[in-house]
Ligand binder design. Structure first.
Ligand code: IP8
Length: 249
């Protein structure tokens, strides 16, 4: 049973200050992951984290987005370097709890074609899982045919890895407790985009990273059930429960 868990950048960093970690939040997430692995609730686990105040700060400084690229190698190295710094914090907190976490940096293996479609080979990740490691990936900057290098969001990494390794469950630990309805109540399950189109507003096809609309659409297309939940529900998700919003197409 393979689980892919995304730790949102806003969950583990302080988004208001450049390159600032939210130490207590990261500790709590690392505790939950370590406990789930040691209790056997989770066996094969892939962790993906977002950029938070690390990647996004440098990306906007250099005017780089998922569609606006750069050919400035210095900018690429700076954005990637910030993500590696955050990744090292994540790895260290996991290692402190004896989680066998190893890094996989998308810049080194992934790319986008001219149309923006992502290629992210996952054979290495599968082998790591088979050998008992916990691969840790992250949002990054990647080579993009015809555009130099563009931003790759952690959400896109999750989708690509989940498909590549044939994940059984996917979880997004985010700052919101799930997809909310008009009364701010969590919608327990979404099975089609039409159910929530009015609430999420618009069907902007370019909204593939930031907004909830793009996220829900991408998750409906995923082969595995995906859950969006808040930090307080991370333990429940890892224990096999279904907190927050379950998205199953
Ligand atoms: O926070 C963005 O990942 P996200 C990564 O998952 C960078 O959107 C480099 C800004």
């Amino acid at each position: 049973m393979t689980t892919v868990l995304k730790l949102g950048g806003s969950v583990v960093t302080d988004k208001d200050r450049p390159e600032a970690l939210d130490g207590p939040a990261l500790d709590a997430a690392a505790d939950a992951v370590a406990d789930a692995l040691s209790s056997g609730d989770v066996d094969d686990l892939v962790v993906v984290h977002g950029g938070g105040s690390f990647g996004h700060h440098h990306a906007s400084e250099h005017g780089v987005s998922t569609t606006e690229g750069t050919r400035d190698a210095g900018a690429v190295v700076q954005i990637h370097g910030a993500m590696k710094t955050l990744d090292e914090f994540v790895l260290a907190r996991l290692h402190d709890r004896s989680v066998p976490a190893v890094p996989v940096h998308p810049l080194s293996v992934a790319s986008r074609d001219r149309g923006g479609d992502l290629s992210l080979p996952t054979r290495g990740v599968e082998t790591m899982l088979g050998e008992g490691f916990v691969p840790v990936l992250h949002g990054d900057v990647v080579a993009h045919e015809g555009a130099g290098a563009t931003i790759l969001s952690g959400d896109e990494v999750v989708t690509a890895v989940a498909e590549g390794v044939g994940a059984d469950r996917v979880g997004f630990c985010s700052t919101v407790p799930g997809v909310l309805d008009g009364d701010e109540a969590v919608i327990p399950e979404i099975r089609s985009y039409e159910e929530v189109a009015d609430l999420l507003g618009g069907s902007d096809a370019t909204d593939v990273t930031g907004g909830m609309a793009g996220k829900v659409r991408a998750l409906l297309d995923l082969g595995a059930p995906a859950t969006i939940f808040g930090p307080d529900d991370l333990r429940a998700f890892l224990a096999g429960e279904q907190p927050g919003t379950l998205i199953r197409g």
